[in-house]
Every structure is written in structure tokens, then in C-alpha cells.
Design a binder for this molecule. Structure first.
Ligand SMILES: Cc1cc2nc3c(=O)[nH]c(=O)nc-3n(C[C@H](O)[C@H](O)[C@H](O)COP(=O)(O)O)c2cc1C
Length: 260
């Protein structure tokens, strides 16, 4: 091996050595960066079923719905509303507006007392045993389904999805107005709430109260140009099963729609 060959080999070796050195330095820097950077906190994993349910509810637009603020004055006097009120069993095609749903539910069970305790309709011992469900078929913003009204907060909670009007109608001697109405309100009672205080007499009180609530709905509907009817003929078990809520007993069905 001559002197120039020896020189070339030396240069190659030193090139490789410096390449190896910079590779190690990069590795070291990467490792240090990984150790110094704090790993982001991981969210608790959800089950497949939970993820599927959430996705379904989000896709369907169901969940908790805030109702618009109800009006506290209107175009019709209470005397005019009483004079005009009639049971209405045929409705126009127009959808019911969310503001109208809000107004009807407020008239039925809305919180009107200053400290949030008292509601639009009277209640024995202020126990408020009437629970209200909305069966939406053609209602602005609401997807067809069943919703439970929460007076506290003036919101609706979805409890079932899909158009249930036909099934509800079948449970009420096929009274057609239920299937045809864009919106159906179902009034139910939780007897224990009142019987806890009044014993057996509480049953009477709950039945009286559903009448007061229904009349408020009738009169409020009148001011909005809507019509409704109190339906008392239905299968208790069938309607309860459809609502799917264990704590309530169905007491009245009130289809609502635009008056012709
Ligand atoms: C407790 C009760 C149960 C009723 N059940 C039904 C019913 O199942 N189907 C119906 O079409 N109307 C029903 N109605 C409505 C009455 O038929 C109606 O109020 C009555 O004919 C008086 O007419 P008006 O409400 O137009 O003044 C019921 C009313 C009440 C108070």
C-alpha cells in the first residue's frame, strides 16, 4: 500500500466516524426531547357502546334541548280565550314552532314563582305530580321522537326517537287526530309525590291537577291560533309502555295543531 492509498483510507474512516457521531447526537437529542416533553393527559376510554350511543344521539340531533323564553303577554285576553276555546280534532299542515311548544309547556307547568318553587297551574301542597311528554311529529327543530319536559330549566330531554304518533293513536282507540297532529302532548302523573303527603286523597288531587294543566294548554293554544282536544280514552298500559318511563301514569293525550 502506497502513501496516497493510506491517506484515502484514513479520510474515509474519519468521515464515517464523524457521520456516526452526528447520528448518535441526533438520537440523543430526540430521546432528551421525548423525556422532557410532558405526555398529554389521556381521556378515560369510553366503551364501544357508549361511543356508538353518543354518535347516534349527536347524528340524530337528540339530547337536551333548551326551549326559547316564553312570552308573558299576548294578543288575546283570558276572557276572549275562554269564549273561543273549543276542542279541535282537525289541523292544518303547518309545523308547530319551537316557540309554540315552549309557550304551551310554560302554560302547563312552567315555573312562575319568584324563588323557582311555584308553577303556572295550582298543585296540592305544591307537590307538582304532573309530568309532561311531547310526542313530536312535525315540529320545528325537533326530530320526530318523544321528549320529557323539565320545568326546572325549561328544557326537553329526548327519551325515544322516531315518529311515535301512529303507535300512540293505536293505543287511543285509533282516534285519528293523534296521528294527524304535528305535536302531541301527553300529561302523566306521579301519584306517590302527592300521596306521600295526602294518602289516598292524593289520587283525587292528581286527577284535579291534570284538569287544571289541560285547561291552561287549551287556553294558551287558543292565543297562538292552535287547537287541541283532551283525549281521555286510551290504554293506560299501552301509552305507558310507549313512553318507556317507569315513574309515570298517563292521564291525558292532547294533540295540537294549527286550526283550520
Ligand atoms: C276527561 C275528558 C275526557 C275526554 N276524552 C275525549 C276523547 O277520548 N276523545 C275526544 O274526542 N274528546 C274527548 N274529550 C273532549 C270532550 O269531548 C269535549 O270537551 C266536549 O265535547 C266539550 O266540547 P268542547 O271542549 O269543544 O267545549 C274529553 C274531555 C274530557 C274533559
Amino acid at each position: 500500500m502506497n502513501g496516497s492509498m493510506k491517506g484515502e483510507r484514513g479520510a474515509r474512516l474519519s468521515r464515517r466516524f464523524s457521520e456516526a457521531l452526528s447520528f448518535t447526537a441526533i438520537l440523543f437529542l430526540l430521546l432528551a426531547a421525548m423525556l422532557l416533553t410532558e405526555a398529554p393527559a389521556k381521556e378515560p376510554a369510553r366503551t364501544e357502546a357508549e361511543r356508538a350511543g353518543e354518535a347516534e344521539i349527536a347524528a340524530a340531533g337528540l339530547g337536551e334541548i333548551s326551549l326559547p323564553e316564553p312570552a308573558k303577554s299576548g294578543p288575546l285576553s283570558v276572557e276572549e280565550a275562554i269564549a273561543r276555546r273549543r276542542s279541535v280534532r282537525e289541523y292544518g299542515d303547518r309545523e308547530v314552532l319551537l316557540s309554540e311548544v315552549s309557550q304551551l309547556l310554560w302554560a302547563a307547568q312552567g315555573i312562575t314563582g319568584e324563588r323557582g318553587l311555584k308553577r303556572a297551574a295550582p298543585s296540592a301542597g305544591a307537590k307538582y305530580p304532573i309530568e309532561i311528554f311531547v310526542v313530536a311529529g312535525n315540529v320545528e327543530t325537533l326530530l320526530p321522537g318523544i321528549y320529557r319536559y323539565r320545568a326546572d330549566g325549561h328544557t326537553l330531554t329526548a327519551v325515544a326517537k322516531g315518529d311515535m304518533r301512529e303507535r300512540l293513536c293505536a293505543e287511543a282507540l285509533s282516534q285519528e287526530c293523534i296521528e294527524k297532529a304535528p305535536l302531541v302532548i301527553v300529561l302523566t302523573g306521579v301519584y306517590e309525590r302527592t300521596m306521600e303527603k295526602y294518602g289516598d286523597r292524593g289520587v283525587r288531587y292528581v286527577h284535579i291537577e291534570v284538569g287544571a294543566v289541560a285547561e291552561n294548554i287549551y287556553l294558551q293554544a287558543e292565543t297562538l291560533g292552535l287547537g287541541t282536544v283532551f283525549i281521555g280514552a286510551f290504554s293506560d298500559g299501552g301509552v305507558k309502555d310507549l313512553l318507556g318511563e317507569d315513574d309515570v301514569a298517563p292521564l291525558a293525550i292532547m294533540p295540537v295543531g294549527v286550526k283550520h
